[in-house]
Design a protein around this ligand. Structure first.
Ligand code: HEC
Ligand code: HEC
Length: 240
């Protein structure tokens, strides 16, 4: 009996569909649906390969993602396919998107495998964990966190990114900030102090690391380092 009723019901729906064609396609209105245009490039499959240049954004601090979304929308950072998507979005909506990706947990891609000489390894590890006081380069880890997974509210993690992407970002800052045109930002000052060899060794070393577990940005940032990056953290980082 039940089966019969269902069948009749099913057929009525078939007929209405065939006739009216007006039955709406119901797509759940979730953030995951709304950001599908983004996850084409920033999705779970952001593995090393053809699209290695697309940076990982899942799990990065919310304030950092919010700042970057505003940078792209307002022309301080340039990547045309994203500008088109972001141009009419309000700050409130960008903050929601930042919140969504910041709390999203995706597995990390396998590390890229490059040949890196022992000399390059030593050079990279020294700069990353000790810096170079003579050139006023603090340890990268002092700002990006001991585990290099970022620092709240606005400093991104450095692992899980491709060598091509890291090289391009450092290169953009070193060549005068074409990529991110913020005035006096701390990363452009630091990147300008690096030699080509140092920047290369660092990009290779970072892309070679295996990342496991959850992203867990740190909360510890010395006041003088926060002050040095105030352009990025205090003024723009109002995402909190
Ligand atoms: C066609 C591919 C593509 C699409 C679609 C796309 N992005 Fe991007 N996204 C990129 C690339 C490439 C970069 C790096 C650009 C650069 O060189 O600075 C980037 C950078 C970013 C960054 C900065 C990451 C970082 O670590 O600094 C954020 C945040 C971001 N995208 C969010 C989004 C959001 C949200 C959407 C959807 C509204 C989106 N993207 C759509 C390719 C894309
Ligand atoms: C004084 C603090 C500080 C130090 C030290 C520092 N960084 Fe940064 N870094 C930042 C901030 C802040 C940002 C975000 C910049 C922005 O808002 O555009 C950043 C962003 C980056 C990015 C972009 C990541 C992405 O997802 O796009 C890379 C790559 C990077 N830093 C590499 C390094 C390396 C390598 C070192 C060491 C040589 C280093 N940083 C040292 C503060 C620092």
């Amino acid at each position: 009996m039940m089966r019969f009723v269902l069948l009749v019901f099913f057929c009525i729906t078939c007929v209405t569909n065939a006739n009216g064609g007006r039955t709406p396609i119901i797509v759940p209105d979730t953030m995951a649906e709304r950001v599908k245009a983004c996850t084409i490039c920033h999705g779970a499959e952001d593995k090393v390969g053809r699209d290695a240049y697309y940076p990982r954004i899942a799990g990065k601090p919310q304030g950092y993602l919010f700042n970057q979304l505003r940078n792209f929308r307002d022309g301080r950072r340039y990547y045309q396919p994203m500008v088109v998507l972001l141009e009419n979005m309000s700050d409130e909506y960008l903050l929601e998107i930042a919140h969504y990706f910041s709390s999203l947990q995706l597995p990390y891609p396998a590390p890229e495998k490059f040949h890196i000489s022992p000399k390059e390894t030593r050079l990279a590890e020294h700069l990353i964990y000790s810096g170079n006081p003579e050139k006023d380069i603090p340890a990268c880890s002092a700002c990006h966190g001991d585990t290099l997974m970022g620092t709240e509210p606005a400093i991104p993690g450095l692992l899980g990114l491709s060598r091509a992407y890291i090289t391009a970002q450092l290169g953009g800052w070193r060549n005068g900030g074409i990529i991110r045109g913020q005035p006096s930002d701390c990363m452009s000052e630091i990147a300008k102090q690096l030699t080509d060899g140092e920047a290369n060794a660092i990009a290779k070393w970072l892309a070679n690391q295996t990342v496991s577990g959850k992203p867990s940005p740190s909360n510890m940032l010395l006041p003088e380092l926060a002050q040095r990056c105030r352009q990025n953290i205090l003024e723009n980082g109002g995402a909190k």
